[in-house]
Each structure stands twice: as C-alpha cells, then as structure tokens.
Design a binder for this molecule. Structure first.
Ligand code: RP5
Length: 161
C-alpha cells in the first residue's frame, strides 16, 4: 500500500515534504510528483485514474491559490483524497483553504490545515487510514502518539527548558 503525494508546483515542496517526513516515520511507502490542475490537466486525469492500479490507497494533494488540484483529483478517483492548502503570498493561504474545503456535495476531499501543520497531519492521517489494514503502521502511529503524550506530561512547567 502506497500514498501518492502530489502538488501543483515545485514551490509547494517545502510545505509538502512534511507529509513525506511523517510517512517516513511510519515506514509507509509513497511517491511524489508535481501535477498541476491548470498547467497539466491531462497529466492530472491520467495520474488520478491510474493511481489505484499502481497500488496507491490514499492521495495527498497540496496546492496554493485557486487550488483546484485536490477537488479535481477526487473527481477522477474514488481513492480518499486529503487536501493541503499551501500558504500563498497574496492571501496567506486563505484562498487555498477555502477553495479546497468548500467542495460541493457529492465529491469528498478531506481538508487539512494551511501550511506545514496541514501537510504533516495529512501524512499522519494517511498513515492512520493505512493503519486500519496494516497492524505495523497502526502500532507505529500509536507509539508516536504515546511518545508525544509523554513529552508533554514530563515537561509540565512552561517556564522551564
Ligand atoms: C499553484 O500555484 C501551486 O500549487 C502553487 O502553490 C502556486 C504557485 O505556483 P508557482 O507559481 O510557484 O509555480 O498552482
């Protein structure tokens, strides 16, 4: 089982690499590719339509501005699509967020937060989805969460380093 990480531009990679890093943490295989909804529309259709046959089970799609990529990808495949709004310069990612999150009824995109946190959580959510079918991945996610909890509990004083 593999995750497909796609993004509208190479300039999205500093954000989207956080999804890849999260998947690395859980030993989940993935592929990465620049696929633009408006610059390479035929490639987008071909990528999304062939994804399942290539062993992909979840697609993470990140884009900024008028961010059509996650919605158009979801239109071409029944695989779950997780959308990451990349922070734009002009509107700080509010444009990306609203254009990804406001999908009309009938085609679903799971929208994450703007920017790095959204990309990291997209990787985490993809691992959790895969974890429903893969006990090793689920155990790795549980261990990650346990370590996170322990870090907080063992550092209760906010004024201490
Ligand atoms: C979108 O336009 C991309 O997802 C990117 O976030 C934004 C800017 O792209 P570049 O002009 O940097 O290629 O398609």
């Amino acid at each position: 089982m593999k995750v497909g990480i796609i993004m509208g531009s190479k300039s999205d990679w500093p954000t989207m690499q956080h999804a890849a890093e999260m998947l690395d943490r859980f030993n989940v295989a993935y592929e990465t590719k620049v696929v633009s909804a408006h610059r390479t529309p035929h490639l987008l259709a071909e990528y999304a339509e062939s994804a399942q046959a290539r062993g992909i089970t979840v697609i993470i799609a990140g884009a900024g501005g008028a961010a059509h990529l996650p919605g158009m990808t979801a239109a071409y495949t029944c695989l779950p699509v997780l959308g990451v709004p990349v922070q734009s310069r002009a509107l700080k990612g509010m444009d990306s967020l609203l254009s990804i999150v406001q999908m009309p009824k009938g085609i679903a995109v799971g929208t994450l937060a703007i920017g790095e946190a959204g990309a990291a959580n997209a990787g985490l959510l993809a691992a959790q989805i895969i974890g429903t079918q893969d006990a090793n991945v689920q155990a790795a996610v549980e261990a990650f969460r346990q370590a996170q909890t322990e870090t907080v509990l063992s550092n209760p004083n906010p004024a201490e380093d």
